[in-house]
Design a protein around this ligand. Structure first.
Ligand SMILES: Cc1cc2nc3c(=O)[nH]c(=O)nc-3n(C[C@H](O)[C@H](O)[C@H](O)COP(=O)(O)O)c2cc1C
Length: 366
């Protein structure tokens, strides 16, 4: 037994959801679904290798064709995709694991090459300032997205609802609404990307309205204690970071605290890029406001994760990159075994078995 203790304790999130430990596999886009965006046997193997995590959060999964913005990422908008996910979920359940599906709409972080020439959609027509986007036709410049009409917004909320129903059909233990990393929901939340003058912009409560309505929609299909939300108040990814981020996210947390969510997932660490628009929000800030189960993420090590749990700032810690190259991360933490080197960025989204299911479990030298 190594130096780990609290992270390994099981946790009852609510009366129906018990996790065998507090080590969570963070959502990781790996681009292995092919162009039909249907989960396959290779993905089932990959997730199954990591089933000792207390909870797995699936890679971001698009709720509709309109939500697409990444090559070969999976979807949950048709029956074939539901069937594909069933196999993944069954394999995890057979190993006594749990898995939530992350619901995704890319918004402006997309390109017309994904949409038969139609521009991507966003709260406002503000272009993402980034180097390039990888599209089916190669690397392209970002485009100015088209601003959503109210009618289109309502349609997207319905898409979230349908996707959530599909997730339940596939057998997922719950869903995580992706409100982080500069994708559509985050674009609504932040002034940097939302200049709307209607009910969905202009004030802090108005910018929260879209997430609120998505949540209400998903709640029609999934019990609220099986719904989670992910936020990245400090993140710069996808050209994010607004001067009033502290006020905005404080309000969002206050509002989310009124729901009995499964958990709130916060990318509190700065290891995925910090926008430097003010003092970073910490788990302690979140803990002061949020009454429910809190999950931290970003750059955590075994030691800092233990600390966060011991200090009671977090109930769960999600690990992303460490899970890519350490399918047996839980066992390595448990036994204080060394971690294998993080794989190179090239293998993250490489559409191959290599760099995906070929990271071995730790072999003790005798
Ligand atoms: C290859 C890769 C893919 C990712 N895909 C997603 C994703 O699909 N959804 C998401 O919310 N975050 C995604 N992230 C962010 C991770 O969930 C996590 O927040 C990040 O890696 C920081 O945690 P870590 O320091 O433990 O790796 C991704 C990160 C990486 C490296």
């Amino acid at each position: 037994m190594g130096k780990i203790s609290r992270l390994l304790n099981s946790i009852s999130i609510n009366s129906t959801l018990k996790l065998k430990n507090r080590i969570v596999m963070a959502p990781l886009t790996r681009g292995r679904s092919g162009s039909d965006r249907t989960p396959n046997a290779l993905m089932a193997d990959y997730y199954s290798q990591r089933a000792s995590a207390g909870l797995i959060i699936s890679e971001a999964t698009v709720i509709s064709k309109q939500g697409i913005g990444w090559l070969n990422s999976p979807g949950i908008y048709n029956n074939e995709q539901v069937e594909g996910w069933k196999k993944v979920v069954n394999d995890i359940h057979e190993k006594d694991g749990k898995i939530f599906l992350q619901l995704w709409h890319c918004g402006r972080a997309s390109h017309s090459d994904f949409h038969d020439g139609k521009l991507p959609v966003a709260p406002s027509a503000i272009k993402l300032n980034g180097e390039y986007i990888q599209t089916p036709k190669g690397k392209k410049d970002y485009e100015k997205p088209s601003a959503l009409s109210t009618e289109q917004i309502k349609k997207i909320i319905d898409d979230y609802k349908k996707a959530a129903a599909h997730a339940m059909k596939a057998g997922f233990d719950g869903v995580e609404i992706h409100g982080a990393n500069g994708y559509l929901i985050d674009q609504f939340l932040q002034t940097k990307t939302n200049e709307r003058k209607d009910d969905y912009g202009g004030s802090i409560p108005n910018r929260f309205r879209f997430l609120d309505e998505v949540l209400q929609g998903v709640m029609e299909e999934v019990s609220v204690d099986r719904i989670a939300v992910r936020l990245s108040p400090n993140g710069i990814f996808n050209d994010m970071g607004s001067t009033d981020f502290r006020e905005q996210f404080t309000f969002v947390i206050e509002q989310l605290s009124n729901f009995s969510l499964a958990y709130l997932h916060v990318m509190d660490g700065l290891a995925f890029g910090f926008h430097e628009q003010g003092e970073a929000m910490t788990l302690a800030d979140f803990r002061k406001i949020f009454k429910g189960t809190l999950m931290g993420n970003c750059g955590y090590t075994l030691e800092t994760a233990e600390q966060a749990i011991n200090n009671q700032y977090a109930d769960l810690i999600a690990f992303g990159r460490p899970f890519i190259s350490n399918p047996d991360l839980v066992e390595r933490f448990t036994n204080d075994w060394p971690l294998s080197e993080e794989g190179s960025v090239e293998i993250w989204y490489a559409s191959t078995e290599e760099g995906y299911i070929d990271f071995p479990e730790y072999q003790k030298k005798s």
